[in-house]
Write a new protein. Structure first.
Length: 166
C-alpha cells in the first residue's frame, strides 16, 4: 500500500509539475500576445496619424492645384480673377489668417461690379460653397463678428454705395 501511495504521490507531483509548466507556458503566451497587441495598437495609431497627415497634405495639394488651375485659366477675365481672389480669401480664412482674408476680399471687388450688400452676400455664399466642398466647418456668426470682417465692411460702407466697375 505504501508503494502505491508513493507512486500516486510521484504521479501527483509530476502532474503538478506538468501543470505548472503548462501554466508558465500559457502565462508566457498571454504576455507575448499582450505585447503583440500593444505593438499592433501602436502601429495602428502611427498609421492613423500618418493617414491623417497624408489626407491633410492631399487636401492642401488639391487646394494648390485648384489655385494653379484657376490662375492658368485667367486671361484677364474679371469673373475668374474675382473667383480666384475670393478662393484665396477662403483659404486664408481656413488657415485663420483673417487679415489676409480681408485683403483678398477687398481686392476681389476690383474685378466685379457689386453694391456693398451684394458683395458681402456673394462672399458669404461662396464661403459656404467652399466650406461644403472642403468639408470644413464655417461659423458665419463668428466670421462676421470678427474685427477684420467688421473693419472690411466698415471700409466698404464708408465709401458710400459701392459700385466698382471693371
Amino acid at each position: 500500500m505504501k508503494k502505491q501511495e508513493q507512486q500516486n504521490q510521484v504521479l501527483t507531483e509530476e502532474h503538478c509539475t506538468q501543470l505548472k509548466h503548462q501554466q508558465n507556458y500559457y502565462q508566457f503566451s498571454i504576455e507575448e500576445k499582450e505585447r503583440e497587441h500593444q505593438q499592433t495598437q501602436s502601429q495602428l495609431h502611427q498609421t492613423q496619424t500618418q493617414l491623417e497627415e497624408t489626407q491633410q497634405s492631399l487636401k492642401f495639394t488639391q487646394m494648390q492645384l485648384e489655385q494653379s488651375r484657376l490662375q492658368a485659366e485667367i486671361v484677364l477675365n474679371p469673373d475668374e480673377q474675382y473667383h480666384l481672389l475670393v478662393l484665396e480669401a477662403w483659404q486664408a480664412y481656413s488657415n485663420d489668417n483673417l487679415k489676409k482674408m480681408a485683403y483678398f476680399l477687398q481686392n476681389s471687388l476690383q474685378h466685379k461690379s457689386f453694391s456693398t450688400t451684394e458683395a458681402v452676400l456673394d462672399w458669404l455664399e461662396r464661403f459656404e460653397e467652399f466650406a461644403t466642398q472642403d468639408d470644413t466647418p464655417l461659423d458665419i456668426k463668428l466670421l462676421t463678428s470678427s474685427g477684420e470682417w467688421r473693419q472690411l465692411v466698415r471700409r466698404l460702407t464708408s465709401i458710400g454705395s459701392l459700385l466698382i466697375n471693371v
